[in-house]
Design a protein around this ligand. Structure first.
Ligand code: F6P
Length: 474
């Protein structure tokens, strides 16, 4: 049996059901999965995740005990949970993504939302049931004394539930998002706010990407629970148990990224992009279309830059890749439409017969993203708030001579801010000025800063990030 277990909503693979009923498997998406997949394989970790789609459910139902590795798939040790679709939908879409994500990223339009009503109570019960399913599966799979690494806001109740079942285990929880300050966290109903905090405090070790997010968690524990917080030793004691609060930044495996970015499919995308934009300078952004990524303000900033600097007309192109995300949520669909509307306005205002000021792409294409990084002169990363943001780290590795325009609200700004052009993500005019600064930065300065950015970005690759947390569990 495995002595290290990982639990996360999204797993390392996903399945698609084709019309003829056959299943095809591919790598799962998202920052967490890319960070953890290699590590999990190398350490022989048992990964527990949820079935997210009909394809996944089809695969799980044919696997003994949900163990896909035992059904012949090359996944590494993997148990996928077939949680009833309605329960999953309420837990994932309504609570995790429409409530906890909104709280931690400060996304609510508070005069109108949130509404915590009877419907929310049903959704919350589903979130509890979904967390319970994970806790039970982990309790079943874990050998005595195993270390269990629980990931993210989807599973904030799991540590306490698991401890109730299996006090012999050593449990860590890791938040890949920011954490809200107490006055915003307290938008949650009091009992829900307490349950989330107490859920995580069931862990021996609670990890965060930056000291700021861990600090906000401690502030919430103090304010909401009245827990005893020791800021110097970074511990929280509540109802007789102490949880250590750790800061574990996540970086990029630079060698592996370069190896992937040197493959022929990336090179041919580079050639195609170059043919499309000619020798114009390139401002690049690559995001999933999340409300927190601030894509619309980024486009408005580019429009303001074009208006303030006519000397750049015809000499620059903005490549904006905004890939689909969470399309079950109406806010996300509306946001994608807003991005497209804004892009069209820029096209209408500035495009000429031989100049496309903006190329917006909304279809996911990883090799094309790598090609765009390699060609970038300026990389724009301007989230409203972000746990870390790996785009800000990948870009400087693949485009060492590019300038990075970076939101001060991204976790990555802690390590990269000194060498980037940092911006307040709400300040569109400052972002427009930063784009200009990036484009006009002398080459020697861009190269000098680029080298420092790349060094900082590769300082803490996923293996190290994971190993530090295992060590913290003892
Ligand atoms: O980027 C933060 C994060 O929480 C990642 O840890 C995770 O990969 C992703 O968001 C979850 O997104 P999704 O809803 O697509 O699984």
């Amino acid at each position: 049996m495995n002595a290290i277990l990982v639990a996360s909503n999204r797993g390392p693979v996903s399945f698609t059901l084709s019309e003829d009923g056959s299943l095809s498997m591919r790598r799962g998406g998202g920052g967490l999965v890319s960070g953890l997949s290699e590590v999990a394989k190398d350490l022989g970790v048992l990964w527990v995740c949820a079935a997210l789609s009909d394809g996944d459910r089809g695969a799980v139902r044919m696997a003994p005990g949900g163990r896909l590795d035992q059904a012949g798939y090359e996944t590494g040790a993997l148990r996928m949970l077939d949680i009833p679709p309605a329960t999953f939908h309420r837990a994932y879409n309504a609570v995790a993504n429409s409530t906890l994500w909104f709280v931690h990223h400060l996304l609510y339009d508070t005069p109108n939302r949130p509404h915590f009503d009877a419907r929310f109570r049903r959704e919350w019960e589903s979130y509890q049931a979904y967390n319970e399913a994970f806790a039970m599966a982990l309790a079943e799979e874990a050998p005595h004394g195993a270390r269990v690494m629980v990931q993210d806001y989807h599973l904030s109740l799991v540590p306490a539930m698991l401890r109730g079942e299996r006090p012999d285990l050593r449990v860590a929880h890791f938040s890949h998002t920011p954490w809200a300050p107490p006055e915003y966290f307290s938008l949650l109903p009091d009992d829900v706010a307490a349950e989330v905090l107490e859920g995580i405090l069931g862990a021996d070790h609670a990890g965060f990407l930056t000291a700021r997010w861990g600090g906000a968690f401690m502030d919430c524990c103090e304010t909401v629970l009245g827990a005893q917080v020791e800021r110097a030793s970074r511990t929280v004691t509540h109802e007789g148990r102490t949880t250590r609060i750790g800061t574990h930044s996540l970086g990029v495996d630079g060698k592996a990224l370069w190896a992937r970015a040197s493959e022929p499919d990336v090179e041919s995308h580079m050639a195609a992009l170059r043919a499309q934009v000619g020798d114009r300078r390139l401002i690049v952004r690559i995001d999933r279309t999340e409300l927190s990524k601030n894509i619309v303000r980024g486009l408005v900033a580019y429009r303001e830059f074009l208006s303030a600097h006519p000397e750049w007309h015809g000499r620059v192109t903005h490549l904006a890749f905004a890939y689909p995300s969470r399309h079950d949520l109406p806010e996300y669909r509306e946001y994608t439409a807003a991005v497209q509307r804004c892009a069209k306005e820029i096209e209408d205002e500035y495009a000429t017969e031989d100049w496309d000021p903006l190329i917006l792409n909304v279809d996911d294409d990883y090799p094309r993203s790598l090609a765009a990084y390699r060609l970038a002169d300026v990389l724009l990363v301007n989230p409203i708030r972000d746990g870390m943001n790996l785009v800000a780290k990948e870009g400087p590795i693949l485009s060492p001579g590019s300038a990075l325009v970076l939101s001060r609200e991204a976790g990555a700004a802690v390590e990269l801010g000194e060498h980037a052009v940092t911006v307040n993500p709400y300040d569109v005019s400052a972002t427009a000025a930063a784009l200009h600064e990036g484009l006009t930065m002398p080459e020697a300065e861009r190269v000098r800063r680029g080298a420092l950015l790349a060094t900082a970005a590769t300082a803490l690759p996923p293996h190290r990030w994971f190993a530090e947390q295992l060590d913290a569990l003892g």
